[in-house]
Design a binder for this molecule. Structure first.
Ligand SMILES: [Zn+2]
Length: 229
């Protein structure tokens, strides 16, 4: 049920709140898999290996504190051609902390990630998908695009199986879909296994798994309204 809300609610919201990126303007079979909360010493290296095997790429929204603990994984992600994004320093909720504290969380993570990647971070995903108008203003000033998703397979829910994650992704994805997944301690048992199932299936049916562009966020003017298939 949660995966239906988490998938269909963003699809409706993007017509009202148009500033965040909900889906990439693609007409071809390109899928943008994204992983939040890493780097995780178990899940992220597994994902690196799976994506390398299938010559696929993804976007990793990293926590600043986790990046500080595992700098070598951050460097491995960028060296492998994946894109990294900002997921705050300690997974703060924009609805719970004061904006000045939240801005500090975002700036601190930016500094750490920029230092490790050697290039400015251009994408931001708010923890819990929660943001405010001031979050959007911060992003604009920092040159980071706020990224949501249009497919949420709910890999964080207790009891979910790798097969369910893979099937939900395939059921709901469309050209340019942004899929929200996780590389954290909760999902490390299932999400890499789901990718082991999913990636070869996608590639066999002509799909490409791509990372969000490292350099240039998509300006809102260039994102056409996409019809639903
Ligand atoms: Zn998160």
């Amino acid at each position: 049920m949660l995966h239906l809300i988490g998938t269909y609610l963003p699809r409706a919201l993007r017509y009202i709140v148009w500033d965040p990126l909900w889906r990439m303007p693609e007409r071809d079979k390109v899928l943008y898999l994204t992983f939040d909360d890493g780097p995780d010493p178990d899940a992220t290296p597994q994902l690196l290996e799976i994506f390398e095997k299938h010559q696929a790429h993804a976007t990793f929204f990293l926590r600043g504190d986790h990046a500080e603990q595992h700098p070598q994984i951050v460097r491995a992600l960028t060296a492998a051609g994946h894109t990294i994004g900002n997921h705050t320093y300690s997974h703060a909720s924009a609805w719970k902390v004061h904006h000045s504290e939240y801005a500090e969380e975002l700036s601190r993570a930016t500094e750490i990630l920029n230092g490790l990647a050697g290039a400015p971070v251009r994408w931001m995903r708010p923890p819990f998908g929660k943001f405010t108008p001031r979050t959007l203003i911060w992003c604009k000033h920092a040159g980071q695009k706020l990224v949501m998703w249009d497919v949420l397979p709910c890999d964080f829910v207790a009891g979910i199986t790798a097969d369910q994650i893979a099937r939900r992704t395939q059921r709901f994805m469309r050209a340019g879909s942004i899929v929200c997944l996780h590389d954290n301690h909760k999902s490390r048992q299932v999400t890499p296994a789901a990718m082991r199932e999913l990636l070869p299936r996608l590639i066999d049916s002509g799909w490409t798994c791509a990372a969000l562009p490292a350099e240039q966020p998509v300006p809102k003017e260039s994102v056409p309204l996409l019809r639903s298939e």
